[in-house]
Design a protein around this ligand. Structure first.
Ligand code: SF4
Ligand code: SF4
Length: 423
């Protein structure tokens, strides 16, 4: 591993505490990932990225900043990357997925806040994540109450722009969202000093569409009877996609998809024949939250799909290309992003339709509805989701958890019983 200590020092990081994080991550990765057998060779790229996760990409971002580019940190799949890229900016995901950051978040937030928000705030205020130090501007959104209030706190420490996401999906809401995207574009232009043109926006739309298509190819391979990749590896691909350069991400995902398609043709599977197929639905799993996938896949089942924001919600649906004017392009972007079905919307029957559709497409034996503790939105929507699954005859298990390990044994017992029940 290259030595990035000087870079972290210049970023004003708490090096002593950061050393503690660097000490636990490789062990966790070894236990969860490197212990797997028969992984696709293409996963070597993601192994390399994780091995130097606080080094390689942060160094690239700093280099880009030296060349005049600006970095925008985002927390939600509703923030349109296309707009930032069209102004020569760079997007990096900032969602925190580690228990390590939670105590620093709890120093300023109520304990009854979801771990994703606590970890995200803690990663910034505890100065233990380079991505949170590098971003020139944070882009928040009004998706849930916890986030809205967290932006106010983060906004005292870093430039913050908040996008106002509608709560419904009527025509007037899409019009409002289009205007919100235009306002965001104006802010991005101001920060980057670059004007967004119809040409630059079209190129950015195509770039992100290609990335989504490449990710979709990897997911498509998971529909095969012989499952060519573990759920853990597919999740990692999605998690890293939030941080990586989009063109490189598309290239690596396409390369992986080529290998997976070959595996399918050759009848290669990472699981024994007859392994029960599980779909996860619910709250996002930000890196390095591999907890549930690891429990499921060491309990005799395979995760074949995630209806989450670190899964299908991230890449399904394309922005329509070929629009002539900026106004038409912003409207096309608004329509694509309004197609994402997050529990922050009401009504949100589109999500239930997605879950039933995906359960069929991926031929799942059962669904685990996972909710991050204190996420009122997904917890409440779980009632509707689980009722719809039962009505469709698809077995479902509802689970609430956080990033801590304390409940792992209990979860394992419940999940093993669920898998056994699947027959
Ligand atoms: S769950 Fe909702 S709020 Fe969270 S990242 Fe997804 S779309 Fe955004
Ligand atoms: S998991 Fe729920 S509470 Fe947490 S950030 Fe997402 S929507 Fe908000």
């Amino acid at each position: 591993m290259a030595n990035y200590v000087e870079m972290w020092k210049e970023l004003g990081m708490d090096l002593e505490n950061h050393d503690n994080l660097c000490a636990v991550l490789p062990v966790a990765y070894g236990d969860v990932y490197l212990s797997q057998e028969n992984r696709p060779e293409g996963m070597a790229f993601w192994d390399m990225v994780v091995a130097d996760i606080h080094g390689i990409r942060p160094a690239e971002l700093i280099e880009a900043q030296k060349n005049g580019q600006k970095v925008f940190g985002t927390f939600c799949v509703y923030v349109p990357d296309e707009v930032v890229i069209a102004a020569n900016g760079i997007v990096t995901g900032l969602c925190g997925g580690s228990q390590f950051w939670v105590p620093d978040g709890e120093a300023v937030l109520p304990k009854g806040t979801c771990p994703l928000i606590k970890a995200s705030v803690g990663a910034r205020l505890g100065k233990t994540c380079p991505f949170f130090r590098i971003a020139d501007m944070y882009v928040g959104e009004t998706t849930c109450d916890g986030k809205k209030k967290a932006w106010e706190i983060l906004g005292t420490d870093v430039p913050m722009h908040v996008m106002d996401i509608p709560q419904m999906k009527r025509e007037k809401d899409i019009v409002k969202w289009t205007e919100e995207i235009k306002d965001f574009a104006a802010i991005v232009e101001k920060v980057t000093g670059k004007e967004i043109t119809a040409e630059s926006l079209e190129a950015a739309i195509k770039l992100i569409n290609e990335k989504r298509k490449a990710m979709a190819r990897v997911y498509e391979a998971r529909k095969a009877e012989n499952i060519p990749i573990s759920g853990k590896d597919a999740l990692l691909m999605s998690q890293i996609a939030f941080f990586d350069d989009p063109a490189r991400c598309a290239m690596m995902c396409n390369k992986l998809a080529d290998e997976l398609e070959q595996r399918i043709a050759d009848g290669v599977s990472v699981f024994p024949a007859g392994t029960k197929r599980i779909m996860l639905t619910g709250t996002p799993m930000a890196i390095p939250n591999w907890k549930l996938h690891h429990i499921i896949e060491t309990s005799g089942a395979a995760v074949v799909c995630e209806e989450t924001c670190t899964g299908t919600r991230y890449f399904e649906g394309q922005v329509e290309e070929g629009k002539a004017t900026l106004d038409e392009q912003y409207r096309a972007i608004a329509e694509r992003y309004m197609g994402i079905n997050c529990a922050c919307f009401t009504p949100n029957s589109g999500r239930v339709d997605d879950i039933i559709r995906l359960a069929k497409e991926y031929k799942v034996d059962g669904v685990i509805d996972v909710n991050l503790k204190f996420c009122c939105l997904y917890d409440t929507e779980g009632y509707t989701v689980e009722a719809a699954l039962k009505e469709a005859g698809i077995p479902v298990l509802g689970i609430e958890t956080d990033y801590a390990d304390e409940d792992s044994e209990q979860l394992k017992t419940r999940i093993e019983a669920f898998i056994e029940m699947l027959g």
